[in-house]
Design a protein around this ligand. Structure first.
Ligand SMILES: Nc1ncnc2c1ncn2[C@@H]1O[C@H](COP(=O)(O)OP(=O)(O)OP(=O)(O)O)[C@@H](O)[C@H]1O
Ligand SMILES: [Mg+2]
Length: 272
């Protein structure tokens, strides 16, 4: 049976991040995509120029109406914006959801814009971390969640991954994309063991939405793989190839998107 994956997040009109990117990742990886909108942004590959939040009661109404009718097999949570929206999502999921949840604790856009109110961090920590099957913080987000400086070395990352796991999620995928140089290393922690996922660092500025794409890919694969580690490894391989193929897209002058359909569309050389 084809899994139904749900993203609850913000809209990026440039299509590289947020709900639009999540739906592309779901589609590329064989999941049917559903979406509950928590926020709208005015955004391109260079900047976020505005944010409109959805009324928390309406976020809840979207969740309830969807679950009234549709079987949901995996959930990805992205930009949620404020504490009241986080509370509405947490209440809705506790009441209705039985599927695994991938939480991407989005705080700051690649362009530098803030996407989560500071008081919302407390709500995210208290309400969402314990519901999550997998959380996927980047290094600055790990620092904020743990109330300490962002991890700056692999040893710091290992320590932070374990500390994050103690905050309630079943698995932590701590993303090392922000480490200064070397390969793109992520750490998986389940409270007992740690696995290092390493991929070559690709020299490109097309990294808009890498985090959104990775978390959505994990959600798409969780119902299709035997265990979460296999889903995370599959998602990381998918993202690395999508970054590597991003040069065949021409979208904006800032941080461009990754190529979500790299494995499905003919190579640009074959099309021209
Ligand atoms: N240049 C790169 N080459 C290969 N992999 C990368 C590169 N940059 C990031 N990654 C990988 O992409 C994933 C996302 O990591 P990153 O730390 O960039 O997340 P993020 O900051 O949440 O992204 P976003 O800005 O989209 O929210 C990780 O698996 C990371 O290792
Ligand atoms: Mg991110």
């Amino acid at each position: 049976m084809i899994p139904n994956a749900l993203t609850i997040a913000g809209v990026d009109p440039s299509g590289g991040a947020g709900i639009v990117a999540d739906l592309k990742a779901f589609s590329a990886l064989g999941a049917y995509g559903c979406a509950v909108v928590a926020a709208l942004t005015a955004q391109n590959t260079r900047a976020v120029t505005g944010v409109e939040l959805v009324d928390p009661a309406f976020v809840r109404q979207q969740i309830d109406t969807l679950y009234d009718d549709v079987r949901i097999d995996a959930v990805k949570l992205g930009m949620l914006g404020t504490a009241p929206i986080i509370a509405a999502v947490a209440d809705g999921l506790v009441a209705r959801n039985r599927a695994p949840i991938v939480l991407d604790p989005v705080m700051v856009a690649k362009s530098g814009a803030s996407l989560l109110a500071m008081e919302a961090v407390t709500a995210l920590r208290a309400r969402l971390l314990p519901l999550a099957t997998v959380i996927t913080p980047n290094l600055p987000e790990a620092g904020v969640l743990l109330d300490r400086p962002p991890p700056a070395t692999l040893a710091d990352m290992r320590d932070a991954a374990r500390a994050l796991q103690r905050l309630g999620p079943r698995w932590v995928l701590l993303k090392g994309g922000h480490l200064a140089d070397g390969p793109a290393v992520d750490i998986i922690d389940d409270g007992e063991r740690q696995i290092e996922l390493s991929a070559p660092r690709i020299a490109t500025k097309n990294t808009h939405g890498t985090g959104c794409t990775l978390s959505a890919a994990i959600a798409a694969l969780l119902p299709q793989r035997s265990d979460p580690i296999a889903a995370i490894e599959g998602a990381k391989a998918y993202l690395t190839a999508a970054i590597a193929e991003s040069g065949s897209l021409a979208v904006g002058a800032g941080h461009g998107p990754v190529h979500h359909f790299h494995a499905l569309w003919p190579a640009s050389s074959a099309r021209d």
